[in-house]
Design a protein. Structure first.
Length: 348
């Protein structure tokens, strides 16, 4: 034994092996605490003594997990963005020998809005002003317009700063979660062979859904036959006129008037009384007797309710909700949010 040990200790390879083992032991000792924190002590909920964590959420409710990932990423980006802005203001303040709080405000004076500007805001926002006269609302409108000037000035200052001191986020992209969504022969635009299928669950009476239609049109204009767009009904229970509007739209399909009625229903999203919906359908040229028979057909409402159930099964709880090749996108988000996902899908 002594001889073997002596030979081993004099062997350079053996000494290297010992060194590697020591390093591995040290690394293992350092990594175990982080491993323990990450995988053993992670956030969890105990139900009846049984532990559940985010992996269980992902398995049983992929939409909830996807929302969590998106919100978490946005929280990180917003937090780092605020930190970056403070640091940038500190750099500029040091250069100019001023306080960071003066970086944006220094030298800025908002100009007095013109009468035409004030009147335009008043006319565009009468409903939100609670019946106030132009004179009564004047000071409020002036404050609003000056605030807009300040915000625009702040954005311009920030653009100049990041030109000199570029800001780049290095944030880990969340795992792509896909959900299987059936189209079930619902109204659609685009080729069935398109690489991208977007399924939209929406509500004609929902203001956010109405707002999203501009983005939806721009996406279809940009990608044309690369996108197949499928619309599925999801009238929300607290929108009293929504269900009838969706029934009316479905009753215009057979005569090829669906998308015309669709656009007009969203244009009139704030006024979808039965009489107005009927007028929209009639103006589109849908046959009156056929239409009247259709809106009273229980199968039409049943098809809409089936859409709602299908949406609920995959976690849709509000509108608008989109699935881009099964990737969930919630809400009336800017064009760029959809465009980024579509671009990545086209590359794959």
């Amino acid at each position: 034994m002594e001889t073997n040990f002596k030979n081993w200790s004099e062997n350079p390879l053996s000494r290297i092996t010992l060194g590697i083992l020591v390093v591995l032991i040290l690394l293992l000792g350092l990594s175990l605490p982080s491993f323990y924190r990450e995988y053993i002590k992670q956030d969890a909920v105990y139900i009846g003594g049984k532990k559940y964590d985010l992996r269980d959420v992902k398995d049983t409710s992929p939409i909830a997990f996807s929302k969590f990932q998106t919100e978490y990423k946005n929280l990180i980006k917003n937090t780092l963005g605020e930190f970056a802005q403070d640091k940038l203001f500190e750099l500029v303040a040091k250069e100019k020998n001023i306080q960071p709080s003066e970086v944006v405000t220094q030298g800025f004076v908002a100009h007095e809005p013109t009468d035409d500007e004030i009147e335009e805001v008043y006319n565009n926002n009468k409903a939100q002003l609670g019946g106030m006269s132009l004179q009564q609302a004047r000071d409020k409108i002036v404050g609003f317009l000056k605030s807009q000037q300040e915000q625009e000035h702040s954005r311009n200052v920030y653009r100049e700063i990041v030109t000199k001191y570029p800001v780049e986020f290095a944030i880990k992209e969340p795992e792509v979660i896909r959900v299987s969504i059936e189209t079930k022969n619902n109204p659609n635009i685009g080729s069935e062979s398109a690489k991208i299928t977007i399924v939209e669950f929406s509500d004609f009476e929902c203001p956010f859904c109405k707002r999203s239609q501009d983005v939806n049109r721009k996406l279809r204009e940009k990608y044309k036959d690369q996108i197949r767009w499928v619309f599925r009904d999801f009238p929300l229970p607290f929108h009293p006129d929504a269900m009838y509007a969706h029934i009316a739209a479905n009753c215009s399909i057979k005569e090829g008037k669906y998308w015309e009625v669709f656009n007009q229903l969203f244009e009139n999203s704030g006024n979808l009384s039965k009489s107005n919906v009927d007028a929209i359908v009639a103006k589109a040229g849908v046959n009156g007797s056929t239409y009247n028979s259709c809106v009273n057909d229980p199968n039409v409402k049943a098809e809409i309710e089936a859409d709602i159930k299908d949406g609920q099964k995959v976690g849709v709880s509000g509108t608008p909700a989109f699935f881009i090749n099964g990737i969930f996108v919630s809400g009336a988000l800017p064009f760029e949010n959809f465009d980024e996902i579509i671009q990545n899908e086209l590359k794959n």
